[in-house]
Structures are given as structure tokens and as C-alpha cells.
Design a protein around this ligand. Structure first.
Ligand code: ADP
Ligand code: ASP
Ligand code: MG
Length: 304
């Protein structure tokens, strides 16, 4: 059976209601085909962690202040979506992830410096908290699912903060890892892969889309769906320009130009892996799943 990769952005997992909607979308897809989920950090979390990092670097102990809220938000979300089930593995993963983040930031404060490698590890924390929650939400809905770290899924090359996925090198690694999961639905942390040493390399802010298309290319997915908070790719940012028009079909080149020009609905690095493997990308709205979205493929707009 062929694969479909479904990626959910920060707002699509940012509240229990949104996550519940996302789970419904995943379950409907999983009834038809094999599904792999790629997930972002909860909305606002990566930016908050970035600010904590800067505060720790300045040796300002107030980097600790957001921890209580960060822990509470993730725990509450887990509790809401687990609906009375214990979700012990996810609760442990949250505790471990927060503890690891605290250790890293403590070290940064102590030293008053952070190498690019350390910065990347800090920034990866948000996705490592959201993937266990998504997997627990699916499990509560009767869909066996497990979180999978981006470092186990993708090989990344380039700098620690602006790397690119290496699809060819990722293919055998991902195939081996997926084989161990059997029928369990993988929920992969977006935003980063691993270098040869196994260290985190980020694809850049907004890079979870790139994780999704790179994984889609590596497993030969039938398509990659980018589930977000707007109906699709438009001529301009619909939140800023009321005249923005939805674009139902785009070629890879057209999508690349829009993304590179700043349309953050699709991360610009996400286009190349999909184009190389000829995997279509469909951009859709988690909050309006009835909308058809934007289809991005080899053909120019309007032709098919
Ligand atoms: P996610 O968290 O799902 O990855 P992003 O915030 O990264 O979502 O991207 C979705 C946002 O991109 C939309 O809320 C919208 O405001 C913005 N955006 C910017 N340019 C465009 C465009 N041309 N078409 C659609 N959305 C756009
Ligand atoms: N969480 C990361 C960011 O906020 C990656 C993503 O959401 O795509 O940049
Ligand atoms: Mg995004």
C-alpha cells in the first residue's frame, strides 16, 4: 500500500480542539492508505524557546520563568486529548524533553555562550514535546501510533541552523526505522534531521514542511499534505491582503517562487525534494477540511 505524508503546523496542533481535528483528518486518511504524520511544535513554542535561549545567553536567570507555563500547556493538552487514558509514555516523554531543555539552557547560562550545535539542540525541543502528544491523541482514538525523532528519520547536510535534507541518504535509514514500527503509525518531529554524528541540524524556521516533503520523497509517498490554518496558497498573505486570491493549482516552479518570495505557508526548501521525486504537495486547511486546497505538481497552473 502506498504512503501519504500528512504534516500539521503549529496552529493545527496548538490547542486540544485543533489537535482533535487533526486526528480526525489522520484517521480518515489512515482508513484508505498508510499514513506518516509530521508535526510542528505547538504554536508559539519554538519562538518562546528561542527567546529563552537568548535570555540564558545573556546570563539572565529569568530564562527559567516560562518553564511552568510550557509544562502546564503541554500537560493540559496531553490530558485533554488522552481523554482519561493514562498516556504514561507521552507524559514521560514530556518530562524528559523539558528536563533536557532545562539542562541545556542551564549550561548555556553557566557558560554565557552556545555553539551552533547547542543552539540547534535547544531549538529542536518544541517538536520533541508535540510529537508524543499527537501520538497519544491518535492512540486514544484507537489508532496505534508512536513518536519518531527527526534525527532517526532524515539525514541533514549544511549548517546547524539552515541545513538541507539529503533524501538519498535518508531513504535506507528511514526504511529500516519504519520496518521496525510495522503497522504503527509514525508521528515524526518536523524541523530537523541528523548529521553523520547524529546531531540535530535544523532546516530553518518553518522547516517542518521540508521534513514532510523530504520524507515523502524518501518513501515514495503518493502525496504530501501540508495541513495549515489557511485554505491554501494565495496570491498574497490572506491575513494581510483582503484581495488575496486562492491558487488551486501551481507548478513546482511557481510554488518555489512564491515560497522563496516570502509566502511562509510553504517553506521554500520543501519544494525541491517533492519536485525531484515528482511527489505532489497539497496545501490544506485543518479548520476547513472541506476546502480543496492548493495542489502543487509538475504541471503549470490551469493545465493538468
Ligand atoms: P504552519 O504553522 O501551519 O506551518 P505558517 O504560519 O507557517 O503555518 O503558514 C501559514 C500562514 O502563512 C498563514 O496563516 C498565512 O498568514 C501565511 N501566508 C503568507 N503568505 C501566504 C500566501 N501567499 N498564501 C497563503 N498563506 C500565506
Ligand atoms: N517549529 C518550527 C518553527 O516554528 C518549525 C515549523 O513549525 O515548521 O519554525
Ligand atoms: Mg509553517
Amino acid at each position: 500500500m502506498s504512503w501519504r505524508v500528512l504534516k500539521f503546523g503549529g496552529t493545527s496542533v496548538g490547542s486540544p480542539e485543533a489537535l482533535q481535528a487533526a486526528c480526525g483528518i489522520v484517521r480518515r486518511a489512515a482508513a484508505e492508505t498508510r499514513v506518516l504524520v509530521v508535526v510542528s511544535a505547538l504554536a508559539g513554542v519554538t519562538s518562546r524557546i528561542a527567546r529563552q535561549l537568548e535570555t540564558a545567553l545573556a546570563r539572565d536567570p529569568s530564562w527559567r520563568d516560562p518553564f511552568r507555563a510550557l509544562r502546564a500547556r503541554h500537560r493540559e493538552q496531553l490530558q485533554a486529548v488522552a481523554r482519561g487514558r493514562p498516556a504514561v509514555a507521552a507524559a514521560d516523554a514530556l518530562d524528559r524533553g523539558l528536563e533536557r531543555l532545562r539542562d541545556l539552557l542551564r549550561a548555556v547560562e553557566l557558560l554565557g555562550e552556545a555553539t551552533p550545535r547547542t543552539r540547534a539542540r535547544v531549538m529542536a525541543a518544541g517538536e520533541r514535546l508535540s510529537a508524543p502528544i499527537f501520538a497519544a491523541a491518535l492512540a486514544a482514538d484507537g489508532e496505534a501510533a508512536a513518536p519518531l525523532d527527526g534525527t532517526e528519520a532524515l539525514v541533514a547536510r549544511g549548517s546547524y541552523d539552515e541545513a538541507f535534507p539529503d533524501v538519498g541518504a535518508s531513504r535506507p535509514k528511514l526504511a529500516a526505522r519504519l520496518a521496525t514500527l510495522g503497522d504503527v503509525l509514525p508521528v515524526v518531529t518536523g524541523f530537523f534531521g541528523a548529521d553523520a554524528a547524529g546531531d540535530v541540524r535544523l532546516f530553518g524556521r518553518g522547516g517542518s514542511d521540508t521534513s514532510a516533503t523530504a520524507i515523502g520523497a524518501a518513501i515514495g509517498a503518493a502525496r504530501v499534505e501540508i495541513w495549515t490554518d489557511v485554505d491554501g496558497v494565495a496570491t498574497a498573505d490572506p491575513r494581510r491582503d483582503p484581495a488575496a486570491e486562492l491558487l488551486p493549482r501551481l507548478s513546482y516552479d511557481e510554488a518555489f517562487r512564491l515560497a522563496r518570495g516570502g509566502a511562509k505557508v510553504l517553506h521554500w526548501k520543501a519544494v525541491a525534494p517533492a519536485r525531484a521525486a515528482e511527489v505532489p504537495i497539497v496545501v490544506r486547511n485543518t479548520f476547513r477540511p472541506e476546502a480543496a486546497g492548493t495542489w502543487i505538481g509538475p504541471d503549470a497552473a490551469g493545465t493538468s
